[in-house]
Design a protein. Structure first.
Length: 78
């Protein structure tokens, strides 16, 4: 339980740092937000459900997530 809370806190802090870095020049904002979101997805089932719900509402993002999932499976099977 404490591990999940720590992971969620770290993920939130990293995500917020990414949001702050996003408007600045350079490629630091989006990768930082992705890292923070991935940490939060690992830590919380609620965040997973919310992300899935948001992805299914938009068909373009749904197509993007399917491509990413396929790439992940290919990398994982190698």
């Amino acid at each position: 339980m404490i591990k999940r809370a720590v992971l969620m806190s770290v993920g939130t802090v990293v995500f917020v740092i990414g949001v702050i870095l996003f408007p600045l020049p350079g490629p630091f904002g989006i990768p930082t937000m992705v890292i923070g979101l991935s940490i939060m997805l690992k830590a919380s089932n609620r965040v997973k459900r919310l992300t899935i719900r948001l992805v299914h509402k938009n068909r373009h993002s749904s197509r993007f997530w399917r491509k990413i999932r396929g790439l992940h499976k290919q990398i994982r099977n190698q």
